[in-house]
Design a protein around this ligand. Structure first.
Ligand code: B16
Ligand code: MG
Length: 217
């Protein structure tokens, strides 16, 4: 019996993955590097600091810690400017139906995100009250694919890792959930999420039979 549902944020609940991409692309352009959407797959679910390291490696740039911190804060400023106007319209299709399905059945739900901006985003789109626990980039020290974020979420929900299902859009997140011994539902494409137990393009592709099946599996 599955007793806890854990949701990633960016790319699962809201379409903020595109804003992270735009902010990194802008920074890359500053370095004279053309950052592609394909390369951005490796940035999904990965902490801001690690993304910065990856970008510097790609663009073959070396910089002081002070300079890197400045760029990190610039990236976040650009990202915050993109998300400033966010509202309920940015909730991805079918998400509300799934959240309501579990809430009605009193299945505890947690957010498990690498983002340090997770709480304000949940507030902006009006979804904070659906979650019994919110674990984000401010609460953990090891980034996905380390399982820490999901293990802390399970603990806060008061369920065992084996009783949890994780909804994730990133390769790093699916690996983290599997290392935590949790069930996995990939949101996106099988080319990057092929290791998940099951993959859907979006929540609207899951019917009630599937959601029910998650609870009894
Ligand atoms: P921030 P998730 C992740 O969120 C994003 O997928 C990833 O692209 C981003 O770098 C990371 O959050 C950190 O975000 O800069 O807002 O702290 O997918 O784990 O919800
Ligand atoms: Mg994500």
């Amino acid at each position: 019996m599955k007793k806890g549902m854990i949701f990633d944020l960016d790319g699962v609940i809201v379409d903020t993955a595109k804003y992270h991409y735009l902010a990194w692309k802008k920074m890359a352009a500053q370095f004279g590097y053309d950052f592609t959407e394909e390369e951005n797959e490796a940035f999904k679910g990965v902490s801001r600091a690690r993304c910065m390291e990856l970008l510097l490696e790609m663009a073959q740039i070396e910089a002081s810690e002070e300079q890197i911190n400045e760029w990190l804060s610039q990236k976040n400023q650009d990202y915050l400017a993109y998300i400033e106007q966010m509202d309920q319209q940015e909730i991805l299709p079918g998400v509300l139906t799934a959240l309501s399905f579990f809430k009605t059945r009193q299945i505890p739900m947690a957010l498990g995100s690498a983002s340090k901006n997770a709480r304000p985003i949940l507030e902006k789109v009006g979804l904070l009250s659906y979650f019994n626990a919110v674990v984000d980039g401010n609460d953990v020290s090891a980034a996905k694919p380390d399982p820490e974020v999901f293990l802390v979420a399970a603990r806060q929900l008061g369920v065992t890792p084996e009783q949890c299902v994780v909804f994730e859009d990133s390769t790093a997140g699916i690996e983290a959930a599997q290392r935590a011994k949790m069930g996995t539902v990939g949101i996106g494409h099988t080319d990057s999420l092929g290791n998940a137990d099951v993959v859907f393009t979006q929540f609207t592709d899951m019917d009630e039979t599937f959601l029910n099946g998650l609870l009894t599996a």
